[in-house]
Design a binder for this molecule. Structure first.
Ligand SMILES: NC(=O)c1ccc[n+]([C@@H]2O[C@H](COP(=O)([O-])OP(=O)(O)OC[C@H]3O[C@@H](n4cnc5c(N)ncnc54)[C@H](OP(=O)(O)O)[C@@H]3O)[C@@H](O)[C@H]2O)c1
Length: 196
């Protein structure tokens, strides 16, 4: 490895599993110090124990007080230094309109949109100070069709437009904002694959 991210600090929400874990471990292998956040401590602990430079905060990021715990950890453990924020945690509900309830909207947008915004707002002072990178996880489906996925794809469409607007707003601060839009992807070979 090239130690490309030596002395860098990264925060990866949902970094205990899936794509988030792969991102967190890739940064760690390149020398970064990485904070991962999620609800399941046993999952986070396992990743942290397997990677010397990965630490964790147990947090449900739909809860603002938990997001504050993440910001406090960045302040106390890294003196407020943050080079990379990866807004990765997301949830992909599959429910046709005929069966949707407003509770489905609340749950999907609470994580995929509100929590992403909350984490970004609460870490923004660090991001501005470090001229950091923000990376938001979208999905290829946000630009295409996906029957029965209106809550997920609507939420990710919001994430893509947040990304475009924030990129324009923060360019003069030296902060880059980008989105990644993966296609169907699973680290678990037995997980079901959706098709658009
Ligand atoms: N997999 C794909 O094919 C695919 C395709 C396109 C886009 N994406 C996007 O890529 C991102 C990662 O996807 P993935 O498939 O790797 O997801 P995943 O395997 O389901 O992992 C989601 C992660 O988010 C965490 N999380 C969920 N709710 C949370 C909450 N309330 N607070 C804190 N953490 C929470 C989970 O940990 P806990 O359960 O412990 O909280 C978990 O570590 C998502 O934004 C997804 O929409 C995925």
């Amino acid at each position: 490895m090239t130690q490309l991210f030596k002395n860098k600090v990264a925060l990866v929400t949902g970094g205990g599993s899936g794509i988030g874990r792969a991102i967190a471990e890739s940064y760690a292998k390149e020398g970064a110090k990485v904070i991962i956040a999620g609800r399941r401590e046993e999952v986070l602990r396992e990743v942290s124990e397997a990677n010397e430079t990965i630490s964790y905060v147990v947090a449900d990021i739909t809860n603002s007080a938990d997001v504050t715990k993440i910001a406090e950890a960045i302040q106390s453990d890294f003196n407020g230094h943050l080079d990379i924020l990866v807004n990765n945690a997301g949830w992909a509900p599959v429910t046709p309109l005929k069966e949707l309830t407003i509770a489905d909207y609340d749950r999907a947008f609470a994580l995929d949109v509100r929590a992403l915004l909350d984490v970004t707002i609460q870490t923004l002072p660090f991001i501005l100070q470090s001229k950091a990178n923000i990376i938001n996880l979208s999905t290829v489906g946000a630009q295409h069709r996906g029957p029965n996925m209106s809550m997920y794809l609507g939420a990710k469409a919001a994430v893509e437009n947040f990304t475009r607007v924030w990129a324009m707003e923060l360019a003069n601060d030296g902060v880059r904002v980008n989105a990644i839009a993966p296609g169907d992807f699973s680290i678990d070979p037995y997980a079901p694959i959706w098709s658009f």
